[in-house]
Design a protein. Structure first.
Ligand code: ADP
Length: 212
């Protein structure tokens, strides 16, 4: 998946989106996926049991621990982590097959995962979502109604650390007006499709005619 000049890149591009919890990342990505059939969300693989209503292949790719460890040892994960005794990972073969077929792939990931992936794939586009303020972030977490008080406090503390990594991203989108943030993400996606790697991979006949 390297961006070598001698081998063609994949037709699709790879983007990762990082944000403090509550900044609006999932809502924005869902809106983007709805409007753009060429974009696919990378499904995480996990060894934790499905929660009620979660569907294998839709919410996660659920794997037995021994199968996960085998795939990990075979180098199938771009990044992986163990959290509370369960394993989570990003499947490389799935992403590669999507990009080869011309789809762009979006990863929702934390900053540590983003750092790991950037080391392996320098051409990946890293997008960071800013909330308009810490107060707005707190209000969104409360209004979302998913977390108890202790979890909200933990998320806000984590937000301060996450925000110190924003400068590592290629793009910053401020999610104040949701509609504006969505337009900004669409522009980033459009520009990512025009990068020389994917663009050249999509136009082999033109390259030949131009003698490139
Ligand atoms: P994340 O995936 O980053 O944790 P969510 O997408 O779950 O965040 O959004 C957190 C909450 O904030 C949700 O209730 C969502 O509806 C709300 N939200 C998202 N974007 C905005 C926005 N621009 N203005 C106001 N509320 C928003």
């Amino acid at each position: 998946m390297t961006n070598s000049t001698s081998t063609p890149s994949y037709q699709g591009s790879m983007l990762m989106i990082v944000a403090p919890s509550g900044a609006g990342k999932s809502s924005l990505v869902n809106a983007l996926l709805k409007d753009d059939q060429g974009l696919k969300l990378s499904l995480s693989t996990t060894t934790r049991a499905p929660r009620p209503g979660e569907v294998d292949g839709k919410d996660y790719r659920f794997l037995a621990k021994e199968d996960f460890l085998q795939e990990r040892d075979q180098g199938h994960f771009l990044e992986w982590a163990e959290v509370h005794g369960h394993f989570y990972g990003t499947s490389k073969p799935w992403i590669e097959s999507q990009m080869q077929a011309g789809s762009d792939v979006m990863l929702e990931i934390d900053w540590q995962g983003a750092q790991q992936i950037r080391k392996l794939i320098p051409s990946v586009q890293w997008i960071f979502i800013f909330p308009p303020s810490i107060e707005a972030l707190e209000e969104r977490l409360r209004k979302r109604g998913q977390d108890d008080e202790a979890t909200i406090e933990r998320r806000l503390a984590a937000a301060h650390i996450e925000l110190t990594h924003a400068h590592e991203a290629d793009y910053i989108v401020v999610n104040d007006s949701f509609d504006q943030a969505l337009v900004d993400l669409k522009h980033i996606l459009a520009s990512s499709r025009l990068r020389s790697g994917p663009s050249m991979a999509r136009n082999p006949a033109l390259l030949k005619r131009l003698g490139v």
